[in-house]
Write a protein that binds this ligand. Structure first.
Ligand code: 3Y8
Ligand code: NAP
Length: 249
């Protein structure tokens, strides 16, 4: 009896949940609980951390999970690492549903940075108007660059002052579109964008808008995640579920 744990929080995870439900498979969609009101899903949902690798192992055992699909965001490195460790320890098949990184094309003015700290350091210098489109959790990495006027976009209204002295807050849940992001950046007078290389479609609007506006982008490359099986499409994952052997599990 197949019983799937789907580590979610992304567009792809929503598509995966739909496929699991349509196939009549048993699955649980897991959110970390980062947002006030996460989207509903067509399979059973759980919200909150597991309690590290040990907590995840206990959950997998208690719930009789037979397969884990990691469809978390490419920057959710801690969760992904924990899933690799727990599934290896319990010999439970694991596959990641991961979108390809964005690649700079014609007209893109990207500077690649290894991590948030490097992106903040790259903002040293005279005041600019920065679209800091990295969410809420890591804004403190930029407190060393208070000279800029920041535009930040959050899923939920902040419940405390943000750690940046000059900041305009937009409260919006993606996916976003190019027209909206172009207007937003024009209105703010954005002259540089800071983004994580999320890949996928939900956050790409600001990258396309920067290209159209001829703006530079500080592109934060993805954290390294331990080796695991990776699929690029829901269909690949469904194939793996039906016949794990097909992908040489
Ligand atoms: C809680 C679930 C879906 C999933 C939608 C995708 C697209 C819209 C674009 C910008 C970039 C950012 C941020 C972003 C996008 C999708 C996807 C995506 C980026 C929700 C969601 C959860 C989260 C968590 C949230 C983080 C934050 C990151 C905002 C739901 C809406 C910046 C990532 O306040 C906080 O604590 C927010 C935290 C992790 C990054 C950060 O460090 O602040 N996502 N986003 C998930 C959970 O609890 O497990 O509320 O319904 C999901 C989505 N956000 O089903 O349609 O698939 O990527 N999410 C980034 O890419 O840089 C916004 O503004 O341009
Ligand atoms: P993270 O830093 O990798 O994880 C930190 C801890 O949060 C994990 O160790 C785990 O706690 C808990 N956690 C993370 N994802 C979880 C999930 N899906 N279900 C249950 N617990 C989870 O994670 P993050 O970057 O904060 O991302 C949190 C969530 O937001 C994920 O669902 C991710 O897909 C989504 N998201 C993140 C980003 C981003 O930019 N990081 C963008 C879009 C969506 P325990 O150790 O206690 O188990």
């Amino acid at each position: 009896m197949t019983r799937i744990l789907l580590l979610g929080g992304t567009t792809e995870a929503g598509l995966m949940a739909r496929a699991i439900a349509d196939a009549g498979l048993e699955g649980v969609y897991s959110y970390a609980g980062r947002t006030d009101a996460p989207l509903g899903q067509p399979i059973h949902m759980r919200v909150g951390g597991f309690g590290g690798v040990e907590g995840l192992r206990a959950y997998l055992a208690a719930e009789g999970i037979t397969h884990v699909i990691d469809a978390t965001h490419p920057f959710a490195a801690q969760m992904s690492g924990n899933a690799v460790a727990a599934c290896a320890a319990m010999d439970i098949p694991l596959i990641a549903l991961e979108r390809a990184p964005w690649v700079a094309g014609e007209g893109d003015r990207w500077t690649h940075l290894a991590d948030l700290g490097a992106a903040a350091a790259a903002l040293s210098g005279p005041a600019r108007r920065v679209f800091l489109a990295i969410g809420r959790q890591h804004l403190a990495a930029f407190t060393g660059q208070p000279q800029h006027h920041y535009l930040v976009r959050l899923v939920d209204a902040p419940d405390a002052p943000l750690p940046l002295p000059q900041v305009r807050v937009i409260v919006a849940r993606g996916p976003f579109d190019m027209a909206g992001d172009t207007a937003l950046m024009r209105d703010h007078g954005t002259d540089i964008v800071v983004a994580k290389n999320a890949g996928g479609k939900g956050a790409v609007a600001k990258i396309a808008a920067a290209r159209a506006l001829g703006l530079p982008v500080l592109m934060i490359d993805r954290p390294v995640i331990p080796v695991r099986r990776v699929a690029r499409t829901v269909a690949e994952v469904m194939g793996w579920l039906d016949h794990p052997a097909r992908l040489g599990v």
